[in-house]
Design a protein around this ligand. Structure first.
Ligand SMILES: O=C(O)[C@H](O)COP(=O)(O)O
Length: 215
């Protein structure tokens, strides 16, 4: 049975400032780096064989720390990037106009094809992250990959495996450097395919980041 671990990158400057990142980027904070070392220590104990990361800076920075602990190379995969948040990227959430907040809400409460102007729909995000996950099935027998990606991207992956719409990702709390695990099982009497073993575990962190609403 293939086990795939999912890690959200460490806290960044813009996470801490409540600014929208999407496919724009900001570096890890000191706390984010500390979280990355703690998740790396946990990853080392899990026997990770491959680290596959979104090619954005914050995920690469987190992946490098995990790779150092696990002694693996990093494979970059742009399909693991965060949702493209279009014209709202780099904006502080508290400065959005009513109309802009309405665009953001179409993602939070939304419909599958709702999008921020010049951004991506949850449906489009879902297709590319599912494709990246499916490629893990091509790794050699005995592999145990760890994917380093983003809050909405990973939430969308877990939600759709559960058979929920992609926008249900907002019902999952995937904090910075949380670990989730999904398994691929083939079974005549249980569901065949991807199964969620755990989601959003932060028991390895002594300095968890607050989620956006608690800041
Ligand atoms: O700000 C964003 O784009 C998202 O809400 C969170 O993205 P992140 O997981 O890359 O911080």
């Amino acid at each position: 049975m293939l086990q795939v671990y999912l890690v959200r990158h460490g806290e960044t400057q813009w996470n801490a400032e409540r600014r929208i990142q999407g496919q724009s980027d900001s570096p890890l904070t000191a706390k984010g780096e500390q979280q990355a070392w703690q998740v790396a220590e946990r990853a080392r104990s899990l026997g990770i064989t491959h680290i596959i990361a979104s090619d954005l800076g914050r995920t690469q920075q987190t992946a490098r720390i995990i790779a150092e602990a696990c002694g693996c190379d990093i494979i970059l995969d742009p399909r693991l990037r965060e949702l493209d948040m279009g014209v709202l990227e780099k904006r502080h959430v508290d400065t959005l106009t009513e109309q802009e907040e309405g665009w953001r809400r179409t993602l939070v409460n939304g419909t599958e094809d709702g999008r921020i102007p010049q951004g991506e729909s949850m449906q489009e995000l879902s297709v590319r992250v599912q494709a990246a996950l499916a490629d893990c099935l091509k790794l050699p027998q005995g592999s145990r990959p760890l994917l380093v990606s983003h809050g909405i991207a990973l939430g969308c992956l877990v939600s759709t495996i559960l058979g929920l719409p992609a926008y249900a990702e907002r019902r999952l709390r995937l904090r910075n450097c949380s670990i989730s695990r999904i398994d691929y099982q083939e079974s005549p009497w249980l569901a065949s395919g991807w199964v969620v073993e755990m989601a959003g575990d932060i028991s390895h962190l002594d300095a968890p980041a607050l989620d956006e609403l608690q800041r």
